[in-house]
Design a protein around this ligand. Structure first.
Ligand SMILES: Nc1ncnc2c1ncn2[C@@H]1O[C@H](COP(=O)(O)OP(=O)(O)OP(=O)(O)O)[C@@H](O)[C@H]1O
Ligand SMILES: [Mg+2]
Length: 380
């Protein structure tokens, strides 16, 4: 059992309030990614879980056992927690071979030699680096060194594996390779993983759940699909997705069961009865404020641009079309707003060509402009 429960944790460095009332549960076997801009408190959260930092307020338990309690100044020592932390700059011992580096922790524990060989060989095998066992770190590429660091962290079979931006030092190609390796490794080991990154693609591709932080506050915890489809706040929507989500200001009103939005995209009628069945995010939905300004958020892949007028389409002017092999990014001007569309395949549009633009209304989200909170969620 390695369920992690963080409850009302507050962490200060001097006067700086770094973690603000953090509530987060990582279920046994989850691959939980902490995601957010630089300085939002991701590393601090990992260090609190590992026991390298003590929270001033709040509690932490791992596997049902209390590991920290700020109120009574209790902080279980890191070595007792069954937790292993891999830092972004993984320090391998330069004077030890790969085998010796991975074996180090087990040697310290005075494990029997035959058992050490068995465990180290197993860990090297999982990371596909058996053939480097007798090499020194300086004789390995960055990606291979990173694998050694991960082999070293799993060899002692920790209940919880904490990884702090482990792929950020690798080049783009290696990073993509290591993503699938780590994902497979997690599924094989069934260990609880808490992973830190500020790369949203990494988060979306590997995690079972994602926790999004802004300025020390947890803003949303959701599955990758839920987070992508229904970001609870405008700033989360803005942070997730490449190319960026489109924001269009609108004015809302109701018509029976439907929500009506007026914007540069024309009048759209969103069926609230259908929306009620939508998968709403767990952190609550603002009531839709009528007659005040709201924001429509539309993913580029839910925008359609064509030469033929379709129902609900508005006229647009092509600003740029960027074919990129399998897809084309098209920027179009609509009544002074710029909308980005992502279409599959190669679409040929001339600069300043006139076209028709429409959006998939069941996929868009409506946000309250003043609070930035979601008002109407997309259908999943
Ligand atoms: N030892 C420390 N003393 C004082 N302030 C600190 C200390 N460690 C971190 N901070 C501050 O706490 C805040 C959160 O830092 P943290 O390292 O958790 O951010 P992060 O989300 O991991 O950012 P990054 O993506 O840049 O690694 C930052 O404002 C940072 O300056
Ligand atoms: Mg960090």
């Amino acid at each position: 059992m390695s369920r992690i429960e963080i409850s009302k944790v507050n962490k200060y460095y001097g006067d700086v309030h770094v973690l603000k009332d953090l509530d987060l549960v990582v279920e046994d076997g989850d691959f939980m990614t902490l995601l957010g801009p630089s300085g939002c408190g991701k590393t601090t959260t990992l260090r609190v879980i590992a026991g390298l930092e003590a929270p001033q307020r709040g509690t932490l338990s791992i596997g049902g056992v209390k590991a920290a309690d700020g109120e009574v100044n209790f902080n279980m020592p890191p070595a007792k927690r069954g937790v292993n932390l891999v830092f972004q700059s993984y320090a391998l011992w330069p004077h030890m071979t790969v085998f010796e580096n991975v074996a180090f922790g087990l040697v310290i524990k005075k494990m029997a030699k035959a058992k050490i060989t068995e465990k180290v060989t197993g860990a090297l095998g999982r990371l596909h680096i058996q053939e480097f066992a007798e090499r020194y770190p300086s004789e390995l590429s960055g990606g291979q060194q990173q694998r050694v660091a991960i082999a070293r962290s799993i060899v002692s079979e920790p209940r919880v594996l904490l990884l702090d931006e482990p792929l950020s030092n690798l080049d783009a190609k290696l990073r993509i390779e290591m993503r699938s390796e780590l994902k497979r490794l997690h599924q094989e080991l069934k260990t609880t993983v808490v992973y830190v990154t500020h790369d949203q693609v990494e988060a979306l591709t590997m995690s079972t759940k994602i926790a999004v932080f802004f300025e020390g506050r947890l803003v949303q915890v959701d599955t990758p699909k839920g987070l992508y489809g229904n970001p609870v706040e405008l700033r989360v929507a803005d942070f997730i997705g490449n190319p960026k989500i489109n924001f269009v200001e609108c004015c809302c009103s109701t018509d029976g069961d439907a929500l009506v939005t007026d914007s540069v995209l024309g009048r759209m009628v969103l069926d609230r009865a259908a929306a009620r069945n939508a998968r709403f995010p767990p952190m609550g939905v603002e009531p839709v404020a009528c007659g005040v300004s709201s924001v429509l958020a539309i993913r580029p892949e839910h925008v359609h641009i064509g030469r033929v007028r379709t129902p609900g389409a508005v006229p647009c002017r092509i600003y740029s079309a960027l074919p990129a092999g399998s897809e084309t990014l098209i920027q179009a001007a609509v009544n002074g707003d710029m909308i980005m569309a992502k279409v599959i395949g190669q679409e040929e549009f001339g600069q300043d060509e006139s076209a028709w633009l429409s959006v998939q209304t069941d996929k868009l989200n409506v946000y309250d402009k003043a609070s930035g909170r979601i008002a109407l969620g997309a259908l999943s």
